[in-house]
Design a protein around this ligand. Structure first.
Ligand code: GDP
Length: 171
């Protein structure tokens, strides 16, 4: 089985991106309250492979105990599964990568898990700025620019290209 995993801080739009990818509004629950995606949701999607939505990490107001619980869930999802997997780290394009995102990337590198970056909410950014953000994001995560996907779940831009990348991996 091949698996695609979405990770990202709370409120970057993970649920919205998954819904846009699947062309369905209510597959993943979106929320106006940051930090609401607290369980690991496993979706069986059209492609009949697994897509895993990790809980958001780094939400400011969670207790250390809850943070530990999230860490365990993430570890179980990513390491303790024997399938071929790739992680898409979703970030808010306007906010840019945070320390937590970079920690996540370092940690995936340590475990030899492949990852790519998805910069969501691109509708908030002008095209010249977006080009610069993609370039900087690739540099910070030490990946090629073709490993950074600029998308807007809201306007549905960049979603087809992103989906094609997922399909290619799952094949
Ligand atoms: P999650 O916590 O990462 O699953 O984030 P959600 O999908 O619940 O989205 C968090 C907030 O960001 C919601 O208010 C969404 O409407 C908003 N949002 C998500 N994607 C986009 C986008 O592409 N553009 C804009 N402008 N807002 C978005």
């Amino acid at each position: 089985v091949a698996e695609v995993i979405f990770s990202g801080r709370s409120n970057v739009g993970k649920s919205s991106v998954i819904n846009a990818l699947c062309g369905r509004k209510n597959l993943a629950r979106t929320s106006k309250t940051p930090g609401r995606t607290r369980s690991v949701n496993v979706y069986s999607v059209v492609m009949r492979k697994w897509i895993i939505d990790l809980p958001g990490y780094g939400f400011a107001r969670v207790s250390p105990a809850e943070k530990e619980l999230w860490k365990q869930m993430i570890e179980e999802c990513i390491i303790e599964r024997e399938s071929k997997k790739t992680v898409y780290i979703i970030i808010d394009a306007l906010v840019g990568p945070t320390e937590l995102d970079l920690n996540m990337a370092d940690w995936l590198k340590d475990y030899n898990v492949d990852y790519k970056i998805v910069a969501n909410k691109c509708d908030k950014i002008s095209q010249p700025d977006l080009n610069e953000i993609i370039k900087k994001t690739a540099e910070i995560f030490e990946v090629g620019q073709n490993f950074v996907f600029a998308v807007s779940a809201k306007k549905n831009t960049g979603i087809d290209k992103f989906r094609a990348d997922i399909v290619k991996f799952l094949k």
